[in-house]
Design a protein around this ligand. Sequence first.
Ligand SMILES: [Fe+2]
Ligand SMILES: [Fe+2]
Length: 276
Amino acid sequence: MLNAINFIKSNDDQISQVATQQHKELSEMIIAHKALRGGALFSFGENLKKRPLNKEELATFFGTIWAFFKEVPGGIIVLAARITADWMKYSMWDGTSVAARVLFASVDEYGLHQHHKHILPTHHELFRDLISHLGLHPPDLLDNKYIEPAGDLMGQATFRYYQTENLGEAIGFHLASEITSSHEFQYFLEGFQKFPAEYNLKDEDDPVLSFFQVHCEVEPLHVLTGKEIALSYLCRYPWMFEDMKRGATVFMDRFEQMFVSINQAIFAKDHGLKSA
Ligand SMILES: [Fe+2]
Ligand SMILES: [Fe+2]
């Protein structure tokens, strides 16, 4: 039996080289997707910097992304459990070590990264604190009038891919989620920092923006652990590459649609366009 983590680190192994190449292609495919490259997320980020959002628009933005974000922490935990069980069948002593690469993202989601001191607010709590600060009433965001249908579809896909779709697709979906996160929160943070008075911020480092700030800090590391989990499987099963591409593509297409919809719902009127 191979030791998964040492195995993926041995650069001169032929299987490892194939896996590394596959992972590179996968990442490039995600980064080149039009959702990221000058596409929906980019235009939304640019619009966010042009003017502050009013109450209704804030509710649409946060209501729609919440339909997606609410599914993330539970999904990651389930995926880690599925990977533990799957790897233990193959190489009993490595199962937890491989799954730790996915579970690592949960440590942040659940506010456990300073566990030797105390439990910090979870990402969901930081989200709730931010929207409350902006004058929104959290339960209102569950009202369908604030949720673009594309946000709901993104949330449903997140639940399904993490929890029930085959492992290759789930890992591809997860990788795309980590890579997009490393971009999207930067746009959100910059957009809100631009209007401290309108958003009632002390300054651009106001802790109420922690929900955005912490993601900007942790996501590069999540992208790295996402790479390790993908490599561990690609070394074991090179054919999983196709499943991973499928999962990543579903994520990227839904993600793009979600930002096209949010952008239209909030900013179409600024450009004299009719809202869809
Ligand atoms: Fe998060
Ligand atoms: Fe992440």
